[in-house]
Design a protein around this ligand. Structure first.
Ligand SMILES: O=C(O)c1ccccc1N[C@@H]1O[C@H](COP(=O)(O)O)[C@@H](O)[C@H]1O
Length: 206
């Protein structure tokens, strides 16, 4: 059964909506973004969150020491690297923390996925490519580029423009986890009804 992550959680209202439906993961964005939150905000939100929900810290080309600090403070359970982090960066981080590492790839070709499969991370995250944006674009990519289960070396999160209307198609790619951000927003803010709807839809279709 595919898991679900709701990314870009910023406000106490968002946490209240999350606690009602308990997705598997939520994402706190610590990168440059309209969804960025500070460490202090993340600490407050984490305290209010039902502990059944794991937190993922989303970073873009962040210093390894900052990520280690957030892991030590137990603000985040998993680390999502959404920038240009290379193999030696990931290895250095892996040797310093126990938290699982997700490496995001912005997919333009099958080769982009192949080239990432042997990176020393626990999961890949397949997202759309857009010039001048690392993530949170609300844009889908060509899901026919995703390798069949028998050809995969790692479980992957599927991201990029997923919403209630394309969820069923996204699930047919058999991801480990569906990752949603823009698709559960209205006027740039997380929408509690859309969060409830997509989590419930995923559970029905799985
Ligand atoms: O959400 C952001 O603003 C963001 C900024 C920088 C890097 C990653 C970001 N979010 C990640 O983008 C994908 C797809 O989001 P969407 O559903 O297309 O809006 C998701 O993995 C978020 O974690």
């Amino acid at each position: 059964m595919a898991k679900i992550k709701i990314c870009g959680i910023k406000r106490i209202e968002d946490i209240n909506a999350i606690n009602q439906v308990l997705p598997d993961f939520i994402g706190f964005v610590f990168a440059e973004s309209k969804r960025r939150i500070s460490l202090n905000e993340a600490v407050i939100l984490k305290k209010l969150l039902n502990p059944a929900v794991k937190t993922v810290g989303v970073f873009v080309n962040e210093s390894v020491n900052t990520i280690i600090e957030l892991c030590d403070l137990k603000v985040i359970d998993l680390v999502q690297l959404h920038g240009d982090e290379n193999e030696s960066y990931i290895l250095e981080l892996k040797n310093s923390i126990k938290n699982p590492i997700i490496k995001a790839i912005r997919v333009r070709s099958r080769q982009d996925i192949k080239a990432a499969e042997d990176l020393p991370c626990d999961y890949l995250l397949l997202d759309s490519y857009k010039d001048n944006a690392y993530g949170g674009t609300g844009k889908t990519f060509d899901w026919s580029l995703i390798p069949k289960i028998s050809e995969r070396k790692k479980p992957f999160f599927l991201a990029g423009g997923i919403n209630r209307d394309n969820l069923s198609f996204a699930l047919s790619a058999k991801p480990y986890c569906i990752d949603v951000s823009s698709g559960v927003e209205t006027d740039g803010k997380k929408d509690p009804e859309k969060i409830k709807e997509i989590v419930n839809l995923l559970r029905k279709q799985n």
